[in-house]
Design a protein around this ligand. Structure first.
Ligand SMILES: Cc1ncc(COP(=O)(O)O)c(C=O)c1O
Length: 426
């Protein structure tokens, strides 16, 4: 199983056989409050009839359509809607089947862009420590968890990593963006000095690092990265696989933080996790640079059999309708404030070393059990499950990212349960 301690799972499996709204349902009928939105996917809540019906309708109307030299209406409609949601001139959409494929596609587009404009030496890509960009070869290479790279040999050549932005001493219990740490964007200048800007194609970062424990960007950090990338002709990619589609409000984190990347990657919430899908959204100049050569030439030799799958697009269009109708892209500032207050009310609870929040995202760093990293957060995950709440264990952090339709009462249940569990586990 993916990212699973398989033997432990077999000994004590957690199985969900159904879901509805804010809940998963176990085979024996227990309703579990979903504090994870699946895996940061189900932003509009589970099994929304509007989305399920759109999937069924599309499966009857056009089950599959290749996007190689052919088209179908849903893919273009959906691309158009995503472009409207994305900031500024991020208007060109390339569909993939996952966040990992979106990341590898974005890296390839950045390399192809540099190549197309004659900067053929620009083959290096830069990620960041504690970044997560999926598990294909490109994403694994730029990812910032050495444990994810170690078993797999060489991966991509020519990769560098910026330092991460987390410093507990400086930023513990910050709400939203830490005031400390903006200067860390200048670490890109170190890489530029070491490698030469003329060798660097792209920098990829998550605006909020998600999988490694919800690290909102320090004040000024993203702006400074933008500035340096512009100055040195480096493509800036924001990996919004988690932050896209309402998680941090305003549709995309790029809108929320008002920093314009050249490329956005997204997936997960794109169609409420209902059908595998991801997308890359690129700015006008990236797209235009690739549109050269004879008219019969393939401008970007890249793609997947199921790119723009009609059923995934239908699910996506229905998701956007639901989210727009219910204001879920924008986010409800009062509800988010309530969520943030509830999360930070756990300051002082046993084991809690830090709490970070932004939008409908929260993470609790727990004091690790000596010599057994991750043990306590896993105990927290199991304890919460026993009490009817699903939270995610990520290393020594407990991560919360509920569907955006959560009620105040459910927020109370979520954090109340978490406090009880933390007070009861060793
Ligand atoms: C920021 C980010 N990028 C990429 C991915 C990979 O997405 P997928 O698992 O759909 O391949 C993830 C998955 O969690 C992610 O959080």
């Amino acid at each position: 199983m993916p990212f699973t301690a398989n033997r432990r799972f077999k000994a004590n499996p957690i199985i969900f056989s159904a879901a509805e709204g804010m809940h998963y349902i176990t085979p024996d009928g227990r309703r579990i409050l979903d504090g994870t939105a699946g895996l940061w996917c189900v932003n509009a809540g589970h099994c929304r009839p509007e989305i399920s019906d759109a999937i069924a309708r599309q499966a009857r109307e056009l089950d599959y359509g290749s996007a190689f030299q052919l088209g179908h209406p849903r893919a273009f409609e959906f691309a158009e809607r995503i472009a409207q949601l994305a900031p500024a001139d991020l208007n060109h959409v390339f569909f993939t089947n996952s966040g990992s494929e979106a990341v590898d596609t974005a890296l390839k587009i950045a390399l192809a862009y540099q190549h197309a404009r004659g900067e053929t030496e620009r083959v290096r890509v830069v990620g960041r420590q504690r970044g997560y960009h999926g598990m294909n070869f490109g994403g694994t290479s730029v990812g910032g968890n050495p444990g994810h790279r170690r078993p797999f040999g060489n991966l991509l050549a020519s990769v560098d990593h910026l330092v991460h932005t987390y410093n507990r001493e400086q930023t513990a219990f910050t709400r939203g963006q830490p005031a400390w740490g903006g200067h860390l964007a200048d670490d890109l200048l170190r890489i530029i000095a070491e490698q030469g800007a003329e060798t660097i194609a792209a920098v990829i970062v998550e605006p909020v690092a998600g999988s490694t424990g919800v690290l909102p960007p320090p004040v000024g950090y993203l702006e400074r990265l933008r500035e340096i990338c512009t100055q040195y002709g480096i493509v800036l990619i924001f990996d919004e696989v988690i932050t896209g589609f309402g998680r941090v409000t305003k549709g995309f984190a790029s809108n929320y933080y008002k920093v314009l990347p050249d490329i956005i990657t997204c997936a997960k919430g794109i169609n409420n996790g209902a059908i595998p899908m991801g997308a890359v959204v690129a700015r006008e100049f990236i797209h235009d640079a690739l549109m050269h050569g004879p008219i019969n030439s393939i401008e970007l030799p890249h793609g997947y059999t199921c790119s723009g799958h009609p059923i995934a697009c239908a699910a996506g269009l229905a998701t956007l309708d639901v989210m727009e109708r219910e204001g879920l892209f924008e986010g409800d500032p009062e509800l988010i404030q309530y969520f943030e207050d509830a999360a930070h009310s756990l300051k002082g609870v046993r084991h809690v070393l830090d709490i970070r929040t932004t939008g409908m995202l929260a993470a609790f760093d727990l004091a690790p059990v000596e010599g057994m990293p991750g043990k306590r957060s896993y105990a927290c995950h199991l304890g919460a499950f026993e009490k009817g709440v699903l939270v995610r264990s990520a290393g020594d952090a407990t991560v919360i990212s509920p569907p955006l339709i959560i009620s105040r009462q459910q927020i109370d249940q979520l954090f109340g349960t978490l406090a009880d569990v933390l007070n009861s586990i060793d």
